[in-house]
Design a protein around this ligand. Structure first.
Ligand code: PEP
Ligand code: MN
Length: 358
């Protein structure tokens, strides 16, 4: 249930709402918009929905009270109509900005991390990526440099002035990763690792949640809900391809997810065409397509010598390819901004019964 306070409602009136919610055995959760406060009511609302709705709707300062039939609440558009914008230093992610996350799949050594960082920063990257803890399908593949790699990433971030992102694979790694990086990444294999989601939600840093390769959009948003309800409102969703019957590409990039997510949630949406396609030559067209579809940015892998890479060389761009990509991406983004001022507006209002179709 969502309680939208009137424009100009006082803090005392909002507190009156929170008190009634608490005394009903439920939890109020505030979202401050630019104009008004929206209070989400969390917990098992169903048994007292009618009674509570009629009491809340006549309280002073309350504009509207709506039931949310969707299982995700804090991540839903209804609870937070404005786009979430994540600010890390001078970098803003979400709501029409173009975020370009780039860097190596794995941090292999200090020199390659610093050299790649220098190149991607020069070419226009806005966030630096690099894997220190690597989730590899084979136990015999390179597993990452761990803490040593985190230090190289941090140094590269400080050198370029770019915020950094890196994957955390288990709750015991959360603290150290949060000490060295600006954004914590939860990978596709861990999208439904609920103890990890809760742990990253409590770490005090923005989180990027990749879509499970077999996950439905609703399951993905429920996983994001774990993070937000654990205390971290700044969650980025990353579409990185799902498994289908076609094996020509590594995964199938589900670009439909981009406008669908803008319709359902206020969280920023990033697309990763590197893991989605597994093929270097497909990264550029799918990056451009992602931005054309309204994505808030992309994440791509870049390597100084892809043929020598310790992981994911086939899908990593060379410096030249990355520079060529960012040039075109900026142009497409500029065009899209004039065509789609607000991708959410294109989808029409979200109805609370879940029946709304764009
Ligand atoms: C990665 O980005 O390094 C990665 C392993 O991606 P995914 O979890 O999408 O496979
Ligand atoms: Mn990779």
């Amino acid at each position: 249930m969502i309680v939208v306070m009137a424009v100009g409602a006082t803090e005392q009136e909002a507190e009156g709402v929170r008190e009634l919610v608490r005394s009903s055995g439920l939890t109020p959760h505030d979202n401050y918009g630019t104009q008004r406060i929206v209070i989400a009511v969390l917990g098992d609302v169903a048994p007292q929905r009618e009674h509570l709705m009629s009491k809340l709707s006549v309280m002073p300062g309350v504009d509207t009270v709506t039931a949310i039939s969707r299982p995700f609440k804090l991540t839903s558009r209804e609870s937070h109509p404005e786009d979430t914008i994540i600010e890390i230093g001078d970098t803003r992610i979400g709501n029409g900005t173009l975020t370009i996350m780039a860097g190596p799949c794995s941090i292999e050594n200090r020199e390659m991390m610093l050299a790649t960082a220098r190149c991607v920063a020069k070419a226009g990257a806005t966030v630096l990526r690099g894997g220190a803890y690597k989730p590899r399908t084979s136990p015999y593949s390179f597993q990452g440099l761990g803490i040593e790699g985190l230090k190289f990433l941090q140094e590269a971030g400080e050198m370029t002035g770019l915020p950094t992102i890196t994957e955390v694979m288990e709750p015991s790694q959360v603290e150290v990763v949060a000490q060295h990086a600006d954004i914590l990444q939860v990978g596709t294999r861990n999208m439904q690792n609920y103890s990890l989601l809760t742990a990253v939600g409590k770490a005090g840093k923005p989180v990027m949640l990749k879509r499970g390769y077999g996950a439905m959009i609703e399951e993905w948003l429920m996983s994001a809900e774990y993070i937000v309800s654990s205390g971290q409102p700044n969650v980025i969703l990353c579409e990185r391809g799902i498994r289908t019957f076609d094996t020509y590409t590594r995964n199938t990039l589900d670009l439909t997810a981009v406008p669908v997510l803008h319709h359902l949630t206020h969280l920023p949406v990033i697309v990763d065409p590197s893991h989605a396609t597994g093929k270097r030559w497909l990264v550029k067209p799918m990056s451009l397509a992602a931005v054309a579809a309204g994505a808030d940015g992309i994440m791509v892998e870049v390597h100084p010598q892809p043929e020598e890479a310790l992981s994911d060389g086939e899908q990593s761009l060379t410096y030249e390819q990355f520079t060529d990509l960012t040039d075109d991406l900026l142009r497409i983004h500029e065009q899209v901004r004039t065509l789609i001022k607000d991708p959410y507006a294109m989808t029409g209002p979200v109805k609370v019964d879940g029946s709304s179709k764009p």
